[in-house]
Design a protein around this ligand. Structure first.
Ligand code: BGC
Length: 256
């Protein structure tokens, strides 16, 4: 039997990139998927097709995760369509490069709101529903190696991911007694639209590849497999942890 048969997952930012891979993988494991997106109404259709081709049910729902009313509505839509939800994947995220001394207030607000405020209030709305129903649940945040590692030029991104790391540690303690676990998945360099500038800059890309011990970028499937495991029954005792998935990038230091 597929390991997530009968479960429902909400995956934010799943019209593309890592979120899309996660939506497809969870569907292949039997879960219904609520596909969150922003933008044109059809941007999430490809993901919906992947989910239905995998034999699962899905709905698309537009929610800008930085808006509390929108994330509350996203949870309501999940309950309306599937009666409840079991798994929340906080995947939506963004980054914007700027020197620290030039970073505009609007960039700071947008990045912190999408990457940190969104997961906070979406998790809150999800937990409120589970608590009322006395149901267990899983929260999986897509963080980054940069929840720990510096990334010059991306201070806003690093701060948001560092916040997500601490949110996970804190909520693991507060939610564990409710039967709700929370963990982070921290990818390194994965080939997705968030990296377009890097992927199009061959010298930069080659320099990065030299730093990755396994010699390649990660794929969305690499990340999605780990998320599926964390959502499964086998991961029931895992709570408050971060799982780095970076081909060894973070550990690669050479003194020369
Ligand atoms: C960032 C990428 C970066 C990678 C490795 C990710 O979290 O989104 O832009 O290439 O970390 O540094």
């Amino acid at each position: 039997m597929p390991m997530l048969k009968g479960r429902t997952a909400i995956v934010t930012g799943s019209s593309q990139g890592i979120g899309q891979g996660i939506a497809e993988r969870l569907a292949r494991e039997g879960a219904n998927v609520v596909i969150d997106y922003i933008g044109a109404p059809n941007v999430a259709d490809a993901t919906l097709k992947m989910v239905t081709d995998a034999g699962a049910k899905g709905i698309t729902c537009e929610a800008d995760v930085s808006q509390v009313a929108a994330v509350r509505n996203l949870v309501n839509e999940a309950w309306k369509a599937f009666g409840s939800a079991d798994i929340l994947v906080n995947n939506a995220g963004m980054e914007h490069k700027s020197a620290f001394w030039e970073t505009p207030e609007a960039d700071y607000d947008r990045i912190l709101h999408v990457n940190l405020k969104g997961p906070f209030f979406l998790a809150q709305a999800f937990v409120q529903r589970l608590r009322e129903a006395k149901k267990p649940g899983r929260i999986i945040n897509i963080s980054s190696v940069h929840e720990d590692m510096a990334f010059p030029g991306f201070a806003t991104y690093c701060i948001s991911k560092g916040g997500l790391r601490m949110m996970t540690r804190d909520l693991a303690v507060e939610l564990g007694p409710l039967g709700i676990t929370i963990n982070n998945v921290a990818p390194g360099a994965v080939s997705t639209p968030i990296n377009t500038a890097l992927l199009e800059n061959k010298p930069k890309l080659d320099a990065l590849l030299k730093k990755i011990p396994v010699g390649r970028l990660g794929t969305v499937d690499d990340v999605a497999g780990l998320v599926a495991f964390l959502a499964s029954d086998d991961a029931a005792y895992i709570n408050g942890s971060t799982f780095v998935i970076d081909g060894g990038l973070m550990r690669n230091y050479h003194e020369q």
